[in-house]
Design a binder for this molecule. Sequence first.
Ligand SMILES: [Zn+2]
Length: 461
Amino acid sequence: MSNKNSPLTAVLYKRVSTDKQAENSYSLNVQDKMTHTYAKANNIEIVKTLCDEGYSGTNTNRPAYQEMKKFLLENHVDVVLVHKENRLHRNLYNFYNDINFFEQHDIRLIAIADGIDSNDDSASLAMAVQAVISENFSKNLSKETRKGLLAGAENCQHMGEKPPYGFKVNHDTGLLEIDEVTAPAVRQIFQQYADGFTTGEICKWLKEHGYKTNNGNDFKANSLNSIFHNEKYRGCYTWDKATPKNSEGHRNGHAIKDEYIKIEDGCPAIVSDELFSTVQDRLAVNRNRANRANTKRYYPLNSKIFCSECGSKMTGNVQYSGNHKYFQYRCANKCGNKSIRTELLENSIFRMLGQCLFSEPNQQAIIDTLNENAKVQKQDNDTAYQQLRTKSSKIETAQNNILKLMESGKATQIIMNRLERLDNESEQVQTKIANLDRNGKPYLYTFDLFFLFPDVQLLYA
Ligand SMILES: [Zn+2]
């Protein structure tokens, strides 16, 4: 037992977390005042003060806390003084570890605001209750913090760390404002994409004009994509597509969807609704194109165009750059002449063809020829179809005969095997018929012609 006249020695431990809104009653100031007043009144001498600022109590990964444990092992003190138990831990397991540790080293824990002194007989129950409350409170912390954020979001205040590129935050109101230094780049990004430039070309332009992302990096396709999808640029305030983080800093995949906020005209627009929606349309087209790119692409100009350097035929091929596929015509001789993007070449050539070759009189002749071809192709298909039908009905007859044999009990293993073969054969024929139904129409002709003349009607289309 300590001498009544000599003061008890104590380590003072303080902690504040980053969730300021949820922990505003635990400011360092309050913790300081309360503990020092208590120490003075109870003849306690604070020999060391340790403070973790911006650390969660849910784990022990805190520098000042670790230092305290080390100090307690190397120096004997009588008391660990905290404002509240939950300053020490918000984790039941860690809390009880420390209670054991304190007992082993004959250290009293005093949590002033909880009225807990581990020297008291009734302390263990109170400590247990407090520890349970602390841990539960921690689990609700992110929810509480989120409520605070939601209130801010409903007023269209900026909630994240950095505002989206092109915006700045008014520090008095918390509202988003247009940053006229970076906003011109946002307008360029949208306009150029709407005009048909690729993300790569836009990134290059931004680099050449000295624009960097908020993090000071060069723009990449990914950074552009998040800009294209951010509705704040058209003046629609949105919050929060991301879900709240849990105490370990991980996001819960099962987001609370009804907490997603969307407010039209909730922030100033950097681009018009029209431009924003043009960009969304193009994004959709490119998504479809990317999906279609998995199937074989049709190169209508294959071997019909020639290299300007060596005169060889140019053929279509795919080039991969990062996650993107680019279709291009390339010199088959690989002489080193530049490749040409398929869309650029095809669009201009077809437009010229439409204007020059397919004049009114030519048009009729072309339609007649194509229809003649289509008729021939249809006849060929009809013949093939008829042959398959005949084969199919022969198989069916054979199958039925075998079934009759089986019913009369005369089927042998050999006959059974034959039935199995017939079944397989039947399946193959049916597949061929189905393919003919799907592909038998003069598909290519209609495709080519509609590409040039959307209003042309084909007899067999
Ligand atoms: Zn060439």
